[in-house]
Write a protein that binds this ligand. Structure first.
Ligand code: 3HC
Length: 302
């Protein structure tokens, strides 16, 4: 009779406490949506100044959402913001930040060794049943996970920028990811009011595998002088219904991010060479520190 109380799809370890490593645009966004949807979240970064910047990102976004949700009700705006913020703690101690965590999401710098070092340490200090997830957009999940003894509790959890606005989360299963881990991640994603899709551990997963070659092809088209970047952007917005043209979107995502994705794929050798051929303009902009919106200049000036 007791078994009637348990649904077969409910995972054993329901997630309540989440720790997010990295307080940049992605990390802060993940912290925010988790906190907004009732999870207790700890945001961890190596320096207080990074945490402070992450908090600013969250505050600005919450204000925007509060104004939209409670148009003429300042009290409701305030209480929405306060109740969300009350779910967020911060920590600059990389191990203490994960104490009592059921799910650890990593959104730190896109460097394999750095990510492996973090997970290796966490594997020893975190709860033995905590699930580990990486928000990487360019590194294989299996490579990151192999330094841990819990590959069955390891997966990719890939969010999109701006995290509070984009409804998708890609769940990346490696061969070892257990069904229970996978179900827990589906559940968390839905509680965050996002739509999950599932993908194998292949370069770019779904979105970037299709989006990045498209962005590069737009750059090649303009580099040949076939059309101006403004006209390419107008064309894709008005002719293909994209919210941003490919150059606006490249600047938005960050040109260094795009370059690192493509450079990684080229080295990897698994994707058709023509699709990942380097683009001089992109390489030069990144070399000059023109990384898009975040640095004030990319294909456009901000
Ligand atoms: N926090 C909260 N809300 C936000 C927000 C944020 N940071 N940014 C935008 N919004 C909300 C606004 O409040 C507004 O809400 P409303 O429509 O309900 O009023 C809505 O988003 C639209 O914002 P705006 O009117 O200011 O601007 P736009 O209409 O131009 O929309 C956009 C902005 C949502 C960013 C839209 O241009 C868009 O969807 N662009 C494409 C983004 C995209 O493709 N992202 C994926 C990049 S790839 C990636 O991230 C993967 C990585 O691995 C590289």
């Amino acid at each position: 009779l007791l078994s009637h109380n348990f649904s077969t799809t409910t995972p054993n370890n329901s997630i309540q406490n989440i720790t997010v490593y990295g307080s940049g645009l992605m990390g802060a966004g993940i912290v925010q949506v988790a906190a907004q949807n009732g999870f207790k979240v700890t945001m961890v970064d190596i320096e207080q100044k990074f945490i402070d910047r992450g908090k600013e990102i969250i505050n600005a976004s919450l204000k925007r959402i509060a104004k939209k949700q409670h148009k003429d009700d300042e009290n409701a705006q305030k209480s929405f913001i306060e109740s969300t913020l009350s779910n967020i703690k911060t920590n600059t101690d990389s191990l203490k930040g994960a104490e009592n965590s059921d799910l650890i999401i990593e959104a730190i710098v896109e460097n394999l060794q750095t990510k492996q070092n973090l997970f290796k340490k966490l594997d020893e200090s975190a709860n033995s049943n905590a699930i580990f997830a990486s928000n990487t957009s360019s590194l294989p999940i299996s490579e990151i996970s192999k330094v841990t003894k819990r590959q069955d509790k390891f997966a990719g959890l890939h969010f999109f920028n701006p995290v509070p606005q984009m409804k998708l989360v890609e769940i990346i299963k490696i061969n070892q990811t257990s069904e229970d881990t996978y179900q827990s991640l589906i559940e968390v994603t839905k509680k965050m009011q996002k739509t999950p899709v599932t993908c194998k551990d292949t370069p770019g997963f779904i979105v970037n595998r299709l989006l990045v070659p498209y962005l590069l092809e737009a750059m090649r088209l303009a580099e040949r002088g076939d059309a101006s970047i403004e006209d390419v952007d107008t064309a894709m917005k008005l002719g293909a219904g994209m919210p941003m043209g490919p150059f606006e979107l490249s600047d938005f995502v960050g040109l260094d991010t795009l370059k690192s994705i493509v450079d990684g794929w080229r080295k990897d050798g698994k994707i058709d060479a023509g699709l990942v051929a380097s683009v001089k303009k992109l390489d030069n902009l990144v070399k000059d520190g023109k990384l898009g919106r975040k640095s004030g200049e990319g294909f456009y000036t901000y």
